[in-house]
Design a protein around this ligand. Structure first.
Ligand code: NAP
Length: 261
């Protein structure tokens, strides 16, 4: 088990750290001693994290930031005294068949979920090269499998996985580790409304998960914190899939392995 205070003295910057998976990751890092910098467009979304920090005694710095704007990213990151951990969690997603997806909608998602990850990583990497550090990106298994209805997000996440490996190789000499967690469907503030908007679609998604249930933010956040921690000191360039078997091939009819006689 990791030490209770193993992030003491460290600053962890979590994009989208006030909602969904980001809130769970921010809270766990704060409980383990980190000063948490929560960055997203609407600081009203940071209220619950700030309240948790106050109640549990960890420091939260709330910052307004659009990760798709490189000038804002530069100002925010250069204004911090240090960054030891970066969690690239912010993203936008919705279901839209590719033929109905406007070019502007495609590029908006790419700007946040791919370009934003690069802008954040570049600025934080320049800070981390003085101290070493850990970056954890949040991907999705359809980065490699593809998935109808999310070409925008799938392309962004595929780029994020490639970026994860490339930066891991490039920045090892600076003692910066770069990894990703790739979760299957989990319940979060935004997921149900945008990704399974009706009971019928929700059931269809559930039917695709061999484990028979959605993931939880706790199950994913603990893996994110593991990769961000010194427990993972020799892990870099890894993509850790946690999806209840979502991307595995379906069983044969009858659910049995057929043997040849
Ligand atoms: P969520 O609750 O909707 O949270 C998304 C967060 O991103 C929000 O806090 C939002 O805050 C922030 N954000 C969005 N655009 C931003 C921007 N331009 N600049 C800064 N912050 C921005 O989402 P979630 O379901 O927890 O997802 C978290 C991560 O897991 C994402 O990377 C997502 O792609 C990934 N993921 C989710 C699932 C799932 O089933 N939920 C599955 C696989 C992967 P503001 O509105 O305040 O900006």
């Amino acid at each position: 088990m990791p030490g209770m205070n193993d992030f003491a003295g460290k600053t962890a910057l979590v994009t989208g750290g006030g909602t969904g998976l980001g809130l769970e990751v921010s809270t766990r890092l704060g409980r383990r001693g980190a000063r948490v910098v929560c960055a997203s467009r609407d600081t009203a979304h940071h209220a619950e994290l700030i309240e948790r920090g106050r109640a549990e005694g960890f420091e939260v710095v709330s910052v307004e930031l659009d990760v798709a704007d490189p000038a804002q990213v530069k100002d925010v990151v250069r204004g911090l005294d240090r960054v030891d951990v970066l969690i690239n969690n912010a993203a936008g997603n919705f279901i839209r068949p590719a033929m109905a997806l406007a070019p502007k909608a495609f590029s908006t998602v790419i700007d946040i979920a791919l370009n934003g990850v690069f802008y954040m990583s570049r600025e934080c990497g320049r800070k981390m090269r003085e101290t070493g550090g850990a970056i954890v990106n949040i991907s999705a298994p359809y980065a490699f499998s593809g998935k109808p209805g999310v070409v925008h997000s799938a392309c962004a996440k595929a780029g994020v996985e490639s970026m994860t490996k490339t930066l891991a190789a490039e920045w090892s000499e600076h003692k910066i580790r770069v990894n990703a967690v790739s979760p299957g469907p989990f319940r979060s503030d935004g997921a149900a409304e945008r990704l399974w908007p009706s009971d019928e679609i929700e059931q269809a998604v559930l039917n695709q998960i061999p484990a028979g249930r959605f993931g939880t933010v706790a199950e994913i956040a603990k893996l994110v914190c593991l990769l961000a921690s010194d427990e993972a000191s020799w892990i870099t360039g890894s993509i850790l899939v946690a999806d209840g078997g979502w991307t595995l091939p379906p069983p044969l009819p009858g659910g049995k392995v057929q043997r040849r006689r």
